[in-house]
Design a protein around this ligand. Structure first.
Ligand code: SF4
Ligand code: SF4
Length: 661
């Protein structure tokens, strides 16, 4: 491009000042609103955070997941096209002001890239419009501004193609370079002087649209194009299964979140970043079974409340805030419906953290308002009084092991592993059989282990997820003191909730152990040929149900399947499409095991329906979690299919075939 005339450069400068001014004026308000949230340090592990930017933001990894490949590819193409075009836009403004170009913008490679992305983006925009107008996915929030944005993007692509092709017609491309296909085709349509006029018209239309887009963007949900960048960078570095610690809890006066000032700045940033795609809600077992909980709505309610009441708080720091209207109507029901299954967190393409917000609001209900449901309160009182949510006597905790001659750590202080049994396997008769199965496997493999017996107490997971951080810390400290006094180094659990809490949450209070769930350990023992199974059992098909706290929370998908595959006579089946990352919760996590489920269909009944609908021919469904086992047992009983399909733990299948049996 030749150097602009002074008048045009001044006009462009004025437009740039208006465009960027409009953007930064709004951005500064949004930033000040974020600062209303409580502080939270998210600056650790910078290398990991940069890697996330490359993989999740630039690579769009979370977007390109089943079952969203098609719309994921479309969105990714628009995003990548946007990056290329942003570079081109910077070049346009530079050229318009100073007649200079950014590197590579006059190369054939760049012209081809622009051309191909323009076509891909236009195609993706058409698909997006058809999805909104015709398909109308049920959970997707479809607003008129979406069409405005898609219209602006299309117009940008069209004007880009016009001035690129006109530029090529006017000889702007490096000599000897083959013109890109579409711009090359269009250039042949221009004759004589029309290319110069088309170039100028296309160029100005493009530049003005970019600047208008800049002003409009931060006033729409499409701000996520920008906020995803910091949202991914500042995502939690805690393990997914670990809730945030309330530090110095003894001296705190308020707990959890009751209004927007109680959420952290990062939790508020999540609201700016929500794309309203509805993936979280698509995958929520509570919403799917008719509860009022809708994870997308939780995120958007917090955002809307911030935008509505935040300016008032900025003007008068002590101004009153009210909870969002939606919370007032359904807050208790929706918040208590969450099973903390992490299906929403897994599905969200922009790393929004739903569970932390829900648990923070539960903390406020439980610790500030004393408003936990009566059954939840009873379970917490039982944990406090008896060390288990059922309220069974403390001293009978080790009774499941009677006759098995399993030593306690006091009797065998040099044991390599502590088997932390957990409340369910200690007291629930069905799960006691799983504990015995694990003991038999460990014995047969020659693993040196001991238990704590009556010295063990609830790990605290249900209390923490019901919002009672205080009780969780008491339980955790008590177990940590017991483990440290016994000089425990390695812990085995047969319960994913015990595993998650001891491995991922006890380090917050100084309890650091090498923790392994029984199924990855059994897999290792099989690999080391320390477990021998006999081959005589009848052939059977066994479907595997992924426990949320083993799979989504801790990424353990393959080891349980490998163990199942190694069991003689067993053919593994999947509960497709609800398996692995898309596994459907049994309904018991997040303290739901001890709460009544009055609204909609029971989650475990839906799970059994999915199991039957998979038509895998399975006669057993195996899991690796005591809660899942209890819920699946109840589900098959309620559906009257207990003769067709039998819930088991994978460990029981292994133990039944041990050669020593
Ligand atoms: S954690 Fe599970 S139950 Fe809770 S909101 Fe997310 S998807 Fe729904
Ligand atoms: S929270 Fe995430 S998954 Fe849910 S609607 Fe927003 S962007 Fe989509």
């Amino acid at each position: 491009m030749t150097a602009p005339t002074q008048g045009l450069a001044l006009l462009l400068l004025a437009l740039i000042v208006l465009g960027f001014g409009g953007f930064f004026w709004r951005a500064s308000l949004l930033y000040r609103l974020l600062r209303l949230g409580r502080d939270e340090d998210r600056t650790d592990s910078p290398a990991r955070r940069l890697r996330d930017e490359i993989v999740i933001y630039l690579g769009q990894r979370k977007l390109l997941k089943r079952p969203y490949y098609v719309r994921g590819v479309g969105h990714a193409l628009i995003f990548w096209g946007f990056l290329v075009i942003t570079y081109g836009s910077a070049d346009l403004l530079l050229a318009g002001l100073f007649g200079r170009h950014l590197p590579f913008t006059d190369t054939g490679l760049y012209a081809w890239t622009l051309d191909l992305f323009a076509v891909a983006v236009l195609a993706s925009v058409i698909v997006a419009i058809v999805r909104r107008a015709v398909v109308r996915p049920p959970r997707m929030h479809i607003a008129p501004e979406g069409y405005v944005i898609l219209g602006l993007i299309s117009f940008l692509m069209l004007t880009l193609l016009v001035f690129e092709s006109a530029g090529i017609a006017a000889g702007r491309l490096e000599t000897g370079v083959t013109p890109p296909p579409l711009a090359g085709f269009l250039k042949d349509l221009y004759g004589g002087d029309s290319s110069a006029a088309l170039f100028a018209g296309g160029w100005w239309a493009h530049v003005v649209t970019i600047l208008a887009f800049l002003v409009y963007l931060p006033r729409t949900k499409h701000l996520h194009i920008v906020t995803t960048l910091p949202n991914v960078y500042f995502r939690s570095s805690r393990p997914r299964g670990a809730l945030q610690l309330i530090e110095d809890i003894e001296n705190k006066e308020t707990f959890g979140a009751a209004n927007i000032r109680d959420f952290s700045w990062k939790q508020l940033l999540d609201g700016y970043t929500c794309t309203e795609c509805g993936r979280c809600s698509d995958n929520c077992p509570a919403l799917a079974t008719g509860k009022t909980l809708d994870p997308q709505k939780i995120v958007l309610d917090i955002r809307d409340q911030l935008l509505r009441e935040g300016p008032k708080l900025l003007a008068h720091g002590k101004a009153e805030t009210t909870p969002p209207a939606h919370w007032i109507e359904t807050k208790p029901d929706e918040l208590w419906a969450c099973t903390t299954c992490a299906a929403c967190v897994e599905a969200c393409p922009v790393t929004i953290e739903h569970i932390d917000k829900i648990v923070d609001m539960r903390r406020s209900l439980t610790l500030m308002e004393g408003a936990a449901p009566a059954e939840a309160q009873r379970a917490m009182t039982n944990i406090e009084r008896a060390g288990n949510p059922w309220g069974e006597p403390r001293e009978t905790r080790g009774d499941w092991a009677h006759g098995l001659e399993i030593p306690t750590f006091a009797e065998k202080p040099d044991a390599e592993y502590l088997y932390f049994v957990g409340c369910a396997a200690s007291y629930d008769r069905r799960n006691q059989r799983v504990a015995r199965a694990l003991a038999a496997i460990l014995r047969s493999a020659g693993v040196s282990f001991a238990i704590l017996g009556a010295a063990e107490t609830c790990n605290g997971d249900p209390a923490r997820r019901m919002g009672n951080e205080y009780l969780w810390q008491l339980q955790a400290q008590q177990n940590i003191e017991t483990l440290n006094a016994a000089a425990v180094k390695k812990v085995i659990t047969s319960c994913p909730h015990c595993f998650n809490t001891i491995a991922n949450e006890y380090p917050q209070l100084g309890g650091n152990y090498e923790v392994v769930h029984a199924l990855p350990l059994v897999k290792r023992l099989l690999d080391e040929k320390r477990i021998a199974m006999s081959d005589g059992a009848a052939a059977e098909i066994v479907a595997y149900h992924d426990p949320c706290y083993l799979g989504r929370h801790n990424g353990i998908y393959d080891a349980p399947r490998d163990v199942l595959d190694a069991v003689p006579g067993v053919t593994r089946a999947e509960i497709a499409p609800h398996h692995r990352e898309r596994g459907f919760c049994c309904g018991a996590g997040g303290g739901r095991m001890w709460m009544e489920e009055k609204m909609g269909q029971r989650v475990n009944h839906r799970r059994v329906e999915q199991l039957l609908a998979a038509k895998s021919g399975a006669t057993k469904v195996a899991s690796g979690c005591p809660y899942c086992l209890i819920m699946l047992e109840e589900g098959v009983g309620a559906k009257g299919v207990q003769e067709q399909i039998k819930p088991v733990d994978v460990l029981e299948l292994v133990a039944a075939r041990l050669e020593t049996n």
